[in-house]
Design a protein around this ligand. Sequence first.
Ligand SMILES: [Zn+2]
Length: 461
Amino acid sequence: MTSTPRRTTSALAAGLAGSLLVGLLGGSSVAAPRETLFPGQGNAGYQVRAYDVSIDYQPTTNRAIATVRIRAVARTALRSFHLDFDGARVTSVVVDGQPARSTREGTELVVTPSAVVDAGRFSVTVSYDGRPPEVVDADGSTEGWVRTTDGAIAINEPVGAMSWLPSNNTPGDKARFTYRLSAPAGYSAVANGELVGTAPHGTGTTWTWRQEEPMSTFLAVVGFGRYDVVESSVTSVDGRRLPLWFFEDSLVGASERAREVLPEVIAFCEELFGPYPFSSGGHVVDDAYVGYALETQGRPFYPPDGADTSTVVHETAHQWFGNSVTLTDWHDIWLAEGFATYAEWMWSGARGGRTPQEHFEALYSRDADDDLWSPAPVRFTDPADLFGEPVYARGAMTLHALRREIGTRDFLDLARRWAADFAYDNVRTRDLERLAEKVSGEQLDELFDDWLRRDGKPRGY
Ligand SMILES: [Zn+2]
């Protein structure tokens, strides 16, 4: 994510406070790691393998008639289970082909199958009909199903997917996605992954998109509108042809530069971090005035005037750091934002602008009472601090301090191995610390404690 100046109303999303997450046979607890910033999101009793999302959308009324089929694996027998969902009226729930009961509890859809689901594979299909809501975040920004002049765009970091996608809405549960998006004549529909095909649907069209590489729900994107569609391609460093799809709202404009610079940015990132991790790229530019760009997987979202080159570098670097290598717990978001911000610094240094060292020095010269220094990047407790300056700027400074400690060669080796060893996986900060010590052969706890865990300005750097 890249923020333009953010609003700071304190609309702490009370609905996120969670209840019990999963009904387990015998009441035993499941030893799956819990996400701790949004404890109401995510469900430990099962792991999703695939989402098959069909949405028939009417742009003029914002009505979505949707069916979401989830294929999942139960970790244990389930008498009932929860999906994260705070969207429109549910019209039916089916588990393994049998009608199931469901109730709404806050942001949860509680599903009780007609028979206990045994451990192992099962499927659940949820249908709903109505207007998906927007979600207001703790920092006052808007996500979820966001209305535009000519349709809607679903952008979902951190928890907005619950507004339109019944799901296990936690970063640690990655799955494959298929989207079948139907829109009236004159409209088009975009999502993550590759365009499999289009087919007539009434007087309009169904667009089928498939995201084969695993994806966390917060990285999903769905857009309906009167887009200008541009297709091109780029060849990755390992010789793959990557199709690029650009969906651009003609009302917004100014996205041509972002489109044209993308192949160069991908090449720049590949040289530093290794092969592009996904099978396609592009972007979505829409008139959603949310105040941020977002690294939605393979196809970032840009708001009006939000696609300057530095932002394109940031969102592209996220494809490695954040999207392929993904945090497990939101407290570790600096792993995504620190790397993406540092990639911006490397780009500017390589293009004759400020070097990473100059970025670091400019920030380090700030007073000890500056907001940059507290809370330390992994120490925040308020969801409103999720996209704060300590996460981004101090996160990037952490990487620069590390680079100065272990040297540029080991640092770049670390970045590449981080992207390769944990590709498509979920990670925690300690995974990076261990790998950094392994690559450099140095003891680094002091440095990571100084930069990531101690509030206040780190001394002696
Ligand atoms: Zn970001």
